[in-house]
Design a protein around this ligand. Structure first.
Ligand code: 13P
Length: 212
């Protein structure tokens, strides 16, 4: 096993523990992956993200064939679709974190902006968020839906399910999904009151000052 793969396995276990410690990963919900040159490392199905054994993390190829470790997440295909869509990204995190899931259950959301750009950090770290319709967890049709999302966007909210976010590194993906979860909490705190979202000029200013 290459030193890069050993480091990636440890990074997934560290991220899972941190997300669980922060209350963002309960039970066996959620999955994490890192792209390697010869396939993906993905958390095993039905594993608790807070107590992963790095040596048992699954490895699959880019077609989803299981190469090693414990049986992979049933949503491994969703991770594969994410990497095919965003070739610049190297890590994907999917969680069932409560505030994002709560927003994903609201009726009448704008599929292209289920949470409006209410703060600068949401605009900078998450950017555009796409809401996909409900699919059963593990439904292969979810891969097609994820594959069809605008590749300029790295954050997706699955209706009645939770967020999936990719990043150039695992730290970037984790940071972005934490920002999304915190923004979902703020959005719910606002309780449907009239909100002053950032203007297009303010968003353009942020994009120019902090290019992704
Ligand atoms: P897995 O345990 O198969 O990764 O599924 C967890 C999950 O988050 C389903 O949406």
């Amino acid at each position: 096993m290459s030193p890069a793969e050993i480091r990636a396995r440890e990074a997934i276990a560290d991220a899972g523990r941190m997300l669980a410690d922060r209350g963002l990963a309960h039970g066996t919900a959620g999955n994490i992956s890192i792209r390697l040159d010869d396939g993906l490392l993905v958390t095993p199905t039905n594993s608790a993200l807070g107590s992963l054994d790095p040596s048992r993390i699954a490895k699959i190829d880019f077609e989803g064939v299981h190469l090693g470790g414990d049986p992979p997440s049933k949503e491994g295909f969703m991770h594969i679709a994410s990497y095919a869509r965003r070739v610049q990204d190297a890590a994907v995190v999917h969680l069932h974190c409560a505030h994002s899931v709560a927003v994903s259950c609201l009726d009448g959301l704008d599929p292209q902006a289920p949470i409006p750009p209410i703060t600068a950090y949401y605009a900078m770290k998450v950017g555009g968020l796409t809401l996909l319709p409900y699919f059963r967890p593990g439904d292969p049709a979810l891969a097609d839906a994820v594959a069809a999302v605008d590749p300029a966007r790295h954050a997706i909210l699955l209706a009645n399910h939770g967020p999936i976010v990719s990043g150039k590194s695992l730290d970037a993906a984790v940071g972005a999904i934490e920002e999304l979860e915190e923004t979902a909490r703020i959005f719910l705190l606002l309780g449907g009151r009239a909100v002053r979202a950032l203007t297009p000029d303010q968003l353009a200013d942020l994009a120019a000052a902090f290019p992704s």
